[in-house]
Design a protein around this ligand. Structure first.
Ligand code: FAD
Length: 322
């Protein structure tokens, strides 16, 4: 048994496929075989075409209503799996994807391997690589439970690249969201788009991140000023998210976002392994910390042992003078 069919779960976000789903389609193309997308969203001709450019030959389209769709989506996918018997199901490490993958795993009685940073297909074996100890160690796990194999992958583990050529428009298969009893009664009552200035954290070429070493919330102003001057996004450790200095959407790390910018500037953060997991693959890491023993110095390319309250204003001053 080789992997003949791979399906990638695609959540529609602002009329487009979520970035992680394009990364997963790109990766899935390398496995050969048939590639399908399970789209959860309103759908559009442009979106189907985009999925085609990334290699999807079929799009199973689930249109959500006002209900929270994850329980019903899992039930619909479980039914599709029974009919079409795909070998590999790929999800991203996002709230919706994780919710669907977990429910699907329970429905199918199949394991799900999460937090994947690499997926390998070799004959009958599907191997999933995870990072542990902040990425210091890699663990390979091979499925032994038989297909379908369910994998949840970390964002930015694979580049998102369209396939060669224009990509044929995929075959569209509308799929009903079934009733799922009590699991499906939650309804979405509102959506809030967070106000944001500057670049998206996950997409920014430069990220300036702040940690507890800043001392207090008002000291964040200098980090924001530096980010503004550099055209950077502001990131944060969980410590300052938990302290309510910044919203969760800025958190970088194991339970936050994964970033891979060209430059990551870590200001007054220790470099706990749960933080490193989310930023250690940045191309250039610059760390400012007053403790020369801080773990962040173990991963940085340029380390400044010093007080953020002295170093950051100097940096801002120097940038303004340019
Ligand atoms: C299950 C789990 C998941 C987690 N997920 C995440 C996650 O996604 N992201 C995340 O970030 N954390 C996460 N954490 C928390 C993580 O373990 C750390 O507690 C957290 O990252 C520490 O944040 P920090 O570096 O801001 O604070 P600290 O560890 O307290 O570090 C503050 C640093 O600032 C330095 N400092 C102090 N004053 C100054 C100064 N004036 N100038 C310069 N440097 C100074 C200190 O030397 C110190 O190194 C998780 C923890 C658990 C258990």
């Amino acid at each position: 048994m080789a992997v003949n069919t791979t399906w990638v779960f695609v959540e529609e976000q602002d009329g487009k496929p979520a970035a992680i789903s394009l990364e997963l389609l790109t990766k899935a193309r390398t496995f050969g075989g048939e590639l399908g997308a399970i789209l959860l969203g309103a759908g559009s001709e442009d979106l189907y075409a985009e999925l085609g450019r990334y290699g999807a030959a079929k799009v199973y389209h689930l249109t959500p209503d006002e209900r929270l769709p994850t329980a019903a989506a899992a039930a619909a996918i479980a039914e599709l799996v029974g009919t079409h018997e795909p070998d590999l199901l790929l999800f991203g490490l996002t709230s919706t994807d994780r919710d669907v993958a977990g429910r699907l795993s329970a429905r199918l009685g199949k394991p799900v391997i999460s937090n994947a940073v690499e997926i390998g297909v070799d004959g009958d074996d599907v191997t999933v690589t995870n990072e542990i100890f902040g990425g210091a160690q890699l663990v390979d796990t091979v499925f032994r439970a038989g297909a379908p194999f369910i994998v949840v992958a970390r964002p930015k583990s694979f580049p998102a690249e369209p396939g060669a050529g224009d990509g044929a428009t995929p075959e569209l298969i509308p799929v009903e969201l079934p009733a799922v009893g009590q699991a499906g009664v939650a309804v979405v009552t509102g959506r809030h788009v967070e106000q944001q200035e500057g670049p998206q954290l996950e997409e920014a070429a430069i990220v300036v991140s702040a940690g507890r070493g800043l001392g207090s919330v008002d000291k964040l102003a200098v980090v924001e000023e530096l980010a503004g001057l550099l055209g950077a996004a502001v990131g944060a450790t969980r410590a300052i998210v938990d302290a309510d200095w910044v919203p969760y959407s800025r958190q970088v790390g194991q339970t936050g976002k994964t970033v891979k910018p060209d430059v990551y500037i870590a200001c007054g953060l220790s470099g706990a392994m749960q933080h490193l997991v989310g930023m250690k693959d940045s191309k250039m890491i610059i760390a400012i910390n007053k403790d020369e023993e801080a773990p962040i110095f173990g991963v940085c390319d340029l380390g400044i042992v010093g007080d953020v309250h002295k170093v950051l204003p100097k940096l801002v001053e120097a940038l303004k003078a340019r």
